[in-house]
Design a protein around this ligand. Structure first.
Ligand code: ADP
Length: 480
């Protein structure tokens, strides 16, 4: 379980708050009940003490009070009712004291005398041996003829304590159950409420610059999540427009630049053919032609990329033999390699059929071989291989050239990225070759990987689905 997830944190907060509220409520209930029961018991004892005083002691005086004891026994039967009653004269002598109760729950003779109180009434708890507690109400009573008595009436608190123990047990068992049930319910509610977030996140993962037409799901609940997904969808729409505009600009600009550049190149070539030109004018014209060639190459690259962005590689979708394509391309380019004394070996078994735009995939092989030749010093070696592996056609281009530094490897497929700008420029590169490779591969549902060690060489690998093992369809190829 992810403890940092919103779901977990909300439920944890909710359960903790609920537990705190229930504990506070439990404590208050328990304390209130205890107070109520004790007050009730104390009032009952006090009422009884007053009753004894008002009915039996009212008109007696010390010398003639012996009849009281049997009267108390007769009316109140304290032993049989498990109660304690004691009447003490003002000189400290005992007029009456109840004996042991029938349930033997306390020993009345062990109960100390009541402390004197100012207002004549008082109550106390008396803890007796065996952890028994007696709640005793005491009344300092003055008879109508001036004699004084202390009447004490008590009852054991065992029944109240048993009841309170039961309430405590009930609270201790019930509280965790209530909290667990409430937290479980809260979890389900939060899960339901946050389900659209998962859907939004899943859909958002699938949206990339290639399928900006996708939209996040909108649950019509009228809540913040609906507002969030609507706002995000508006944002995606604006991004889609922006990306679309920039693609169209790239396509228009590269298209518009091609014709004037062709005209310029043609005219420069015409002028250069004029035999009456001065030597340095001819040199200037030569370098101008070189720059125009480079510019034309960049524009061609950009134009190719813009057409790939527009999904043009889908147009010429046919099955063909990749091994045969690689072998003929390597053959055609070996002349270029020979100029630098580089050997090109090719191991491509016939019959590895893939489906796609043949001309575009040839461009991939050309670009990779061209780079390998450009970045391999004289006398180096390049190896091209096409094999079949796990339902894929695998194209490997390996060289033992200058290699690519590790920090540059993640960027080599970016547009206009060059490890060494000056060197690439000298070699006639503009940093578009590998981004064209990447775009063509993406359009064909192919993966492209690179491994390289500076000073030892580079290895580019393309994995293309075999035609017979379910080549990507024209509909889904732009989704990766
Ligand atoms: P460029 O037109 O500059 O060759 P690419 O997009 O083809 O542009 O390649 C990008 C950069 O990756 C190159 O500038 C070069 O630094 C590096 N690179 C590509 N292929 C190789 C290779 N086979 N060996 C060494 N470096 C390479």
């Amino acid at each position: 379980m992810n403890m940092r997830s919103l779901r977990f944190r909300l439920v944890a907060w909710y359960a903790s708050l609920l537990a705190a509220i229930f504990v506070a409520l439990g404590v208050l209930t328990f304390a209130g009940l205890r107070h109520f029961l004790e007050t009730n018991l104390r009032d009952t004892q006090m009422r009884r003490a007053r009753q004894i005083a008002d009915t039996l002691l009212l008109n007696v005086s010390h010398p003639g009070d012996a009849f009281i004891a049997p009267e108390v026994e007769a009316f109140y039967a304290p032993e049989a009712n498990d109660r304690f009653i004691r009447i003490t004269r003002s000189d400290g002598s005992m007029l009456y004291a109840s004996g042991k109760p029938t349930d033997d729950s306390f020993d009345s003779s062990a109960i100390p005398r009541a402390p004197l109180t100012r207002n004549g009434e008082g109550s106390r708890r008396e803890r007796l041996p065996g952890d028994k507690v007696l709640l005793i109400a005491s009344l300092d009573y003055k008879t109508s003829i001036g004699a004084r008595y202390v009447v004490e009436v008590g009852a054991p608190m065992a029944r109240i304590e048993a009841m309170l123990d039961q309430v405590l047990l009930f609270l201790a068992l019930g509280l965790p159950i209530v909290v667990i049930v409430a937290a479980g319910g809260g979890y389900l509610l939060v899960k339901r409420a946050l389900a659209p977030v998962d859907q939004i996140a899943r859909k958002a993962e699938q949206i990339s610059q290639h399928n900006l037409s996708g939209r996040l799901p909108v649950t019509r609940t009228g809540d913040e999540l609906e507002r969030l997904s609507l706002s995000l969808n508006h944002m995606i729409s604006r991004l889609e427009d922006a990306v679309h505009n920039s693609k169209r600009f790239l396509a228009d600009a590269s298209h518009e630049l091609r014709t004037p550049l062709t005209v310029l190149r043609g005219e420069l070539e015409n002028v250069a053919q004029n035999g009456r030109l001065e030597e340095d004018t001819r040199e200037t014209l030569g370098s101008m032609l070189e720059e125009v060639e480079r510019l034309a190459k960049i524009v061609e690259g950009l134009f190719a990329l813009s057409r790939l962005d527009a999904g043009e590689a889908q147009a010429e979708w046919v099955p063909f033999d990749l091994a045969e394509l690689a072998a003929t391309t390597a053959d055609q380019m070996s002349l270029l390699a020979e100029d630098k004394g580089i050997s090109v070996s090719c191991e491509a078994k016939q019959g590895i059929t893939v489906e796609g735009d043949r001309a575009r995939l040839k461009q991939v092989v050309v670009n990779l071989l061209d780079n390998a030749i450009k970045y391999t010093p004289n006398g180096g070696a390049i190896h091209l291989g096409v094999t079949r592996k796990n339902g894929h056609a695998v194209l490997d281009v390996t060289d033992n050239g200058i290699g690519i530094p590790a920090e540059a490897l993640p960027h080599v497929f970016e547009r206009f990225f060059r490890v060494d700008k000056a060197r690439s420029r000298d070699e006639g590169g503009a940093g578009l070759g590998l981004s064209i490779v990447k775009s063509i591969c993406t359009a064909h549902g192919a993966a492209v990987e690179v491994e390289s060690t500076p000073g030892r060489g580079s290895h580019f690998r393309i994995k293309l689905p075999l035609a017979e093992s379910g080549a990507p369809t024209k509909e889904n190829q732009h989704e990766n």
